[in-house]
Design a protein around this ligand. Structure first.
Ligand code: FAD
Ligand code: NAD
Length: 474
């Protein structure tokens, strides 16, 4: 039986990054992965690279170009006619990006001498793992041993009884990344991150999109001011967002889907050509043998871990979507890096307070730290400063005036407690906010930092000045 210092189960952004960091630190490491792609080939990268972050952003970028060329070029004096979208080409481009990146991880494994063990892992105890081969191979089951086991098995789309995914008319996020034509009428259950991102993709390409959200508030986790600005903007783009809509059932006739739901007005029904179910994701521990080995799960099925991602079973850790905390690729990766370093005897640490969030609608929504509502609930005194994109020269030059930056700072010591951005390129602007918080910076630190002119980052600078009521351009 082959023995490793570390065996990682799962090669998503949690598992593959952990494996590489372990190898860099001189540990012998294997990564077990069961993913088989559409071509029937084993693939690394997990949800993120195969059916998540990367393919969704490829489609968001393609659809953004299409929409922008169609609707914004005239303002720049550019006249274009006969603009069309070739959906199959757009989807093939996405597939090519996925293949390039997933093969890139395989190359990184080779470079770092990480053994990629293909098949499905089942924990036998805290030292041994059985690997069942991929269904198309005739390999025998094997057992590997490890001094440390890291579970990074990720998550799967949550199912709801009123809308069973058939991957024909009713799809989950994976199906929604692979439509071969623009649906005329598209329904989405869930106005969360996936619902808004994928709803935006198909809306930009011409679908009439209706999003049904059970909760009465739009993006309840997001700062209220930012959520209100985003809701207004998305509605003006044509997304028909219906809040407080509780789906009770669906029926399909092989051509269209009828969705029944209840809202404050009573019983409602809509009919669509395709329906995306995007109501969250659930931890993936099926067949992994965790419960049999005595690993504690919480009531929602997440593996219970401490602040260093240790499970209750000695030398077994778990990271990423399969444990508590936000389901984000960078959160999974950084948890893995911290564990690898601790196993190697270094002080690996994970700062949960500075995990950035980005929702890749257009304009984008990004934030780090606490919202105003959280600060109020925690009775923390704060000062706030905000600044609209439209007052910056660069946003005007770009024609991207819709947006704002909002900074929340501790009233006692000016330390930044949260930064919330709605606007073009918020996904990039948020990095400055994360660094400020990571270094325990103050609004005054940001206000005294020289920002290049003309850039969108000047809105961050001005919002920091606004905390002290000294904006220049407003
Ligand atoms: P995963 O990426 O899910 O990887 C787990 C891996 O473990 C899989 O490859 C699986 O095959 C393997 N596995 C499971 N069980 C076994 C077993 N028993 N044996 C062997 N292998 C096994 N996050 C962001 O930060 N930014 C985004 O823009 C973003 N966009 C997203 C868009 C979509 C449409 C979706 C669905 C998700 C998106 N996410 C995004 C979330 C992100 O994909 C996840 O948070 C991230 O992939 C979690 O990483 P992970 O390593 O924990 O798990
Ligand atoms: P989500 O939790 O973001 O949103 C799900 C939404 O569905 C919620 O608003 C919820 O209230 C609603 N909902 C639940 N049950 C419902 C029902 N029966 N009827 C109507 N609405 C219902 O989940 P998601 O959008 O599926 O995404 C899953 C996770 O994947 C996210 O939480 C996020 O962590 C990750 N993700 C991240 C990104 C990103 O970072 N940009 C992108 C996509 C996904």
């Amino acid at each position: 039986m082959k023995k490793y210092d570390v065996v990682v189960i799962g090669a998503g952004p949690g598992g593959y990054v952990t494996a590489i960091r372990c190898a860099q630190l001189g540990l012998s490491v294997a990564c077990i992965e069961s993913w088989v792609n559409d071509e029937g080939k084993p693939a690394l990268g997990g949800t993120c690279l195969n059916v998540g972050c990367i393919p969704s952003k490829a489609l968001l970028d393609s659809s953004h170009h299409f929409h922008h060329i169609k609707h914004a070029s005239n303002d720049h004096g550019i006249t274009l006619t006969g603009i069309t979208i070739d959906v199959n080409k757009m989807v093939s481009r996405k597939a090519k990006i996925v293949t390039t990146l997933t093969q890139g991880i395989s190359a990184l494994f080779n470079k770092n001498k990480v053994d990629w063990l293909k098949g499905r892992a089942q924990l036998l105890n805290n030292k041994e793992i059985e690997i069942s081969p991929q269904h198309e191979t005739h390999d025998e089951k094997t057992i590997v041993a490890a001094s440390h086991i890291i579970i990074a098995t990720g998550s799967v789309p949550t199912k709801i009884p009123p809308a069973t995914v058939d991957n024909k008319l009713i799809v989950d996020s994976t199906g929604a990344l692979a439509f071969n034509a623009v649906p005329h009428r598209l329904g989405v259950i869930g106005a969360g991150v996936i619902g808004l991102e994928l709803g935006s993709v198909w809306n930009r390409l011409g679908s009439e999109v209706t999003i049904l959200e059970a909760l009465p508030d739009f993006l309840s986790l997001v700062d209220r001011q930012v959520a209100a600005a985003a809701e207004k903007s998305l509605r003006s783009q044509g997304l028909d967002i219906r809040l407080g809509a509780k789906v009770t059932g669906t029926g399909s006739n092989n051509r269209e889907v009828t969705i029944s739901y209840n809202d404050l007005q009573g019983r409602q029904q809509i009919t669509v050509d395709k329906l995306i179910v995007a109501v969250g994701r659930s931890p993936n521990t099926a067949g992994l043998g965790v419960a049999e080995c005595g690993i504690e799960l919480d009531r929602r099925g997440f593996i219970v871990v401490d602040e260093h991602c240790k499970t209750n079973l000695a030398n077994v850790y778990a990271i990423g979507d399969v444990v508590r905390g936000p389901m984000l690729a960078h959160k999974a990766s950084e948890e893995g890096v911290a564990i690898a370093e601790r196993i190697a005897g270094k002080p690996g640490l994970m700062n949960y307070a500075t995990i950035p969030w980005v929702i890749y609608t257009w304009p984008e929504i990004a934030w780090v730290g606490k919202t105003e509502a959280q600060l109020q609930a925690e009775e923390i005194e704060y000062r706030t400063g905000s600044f609209p994109f439209m007052a910056t020269g660069r946003a005007r030059a770009m024609g991207e005036m819709n947006g704002l930056v909002k900074i929340l700072a501790d009233a006692k010591n000016d330390r930044v407690l949260g930064i919330h951005i709605f606007g073009a390129n918020a996904s990039e602007l948020i990095a400055e906010a994360v660094i400020t918080m990571e270094f325990d910076g103050s609004a005054e630190d940001l206000a005294r930092t020289i920002h290049a002119h003309p850039t969108l980052s000047e809105a961050v600078h001005e919002a920091a000045l606004a905390v002290d009521n000294r904006t220049i351009h407003l």
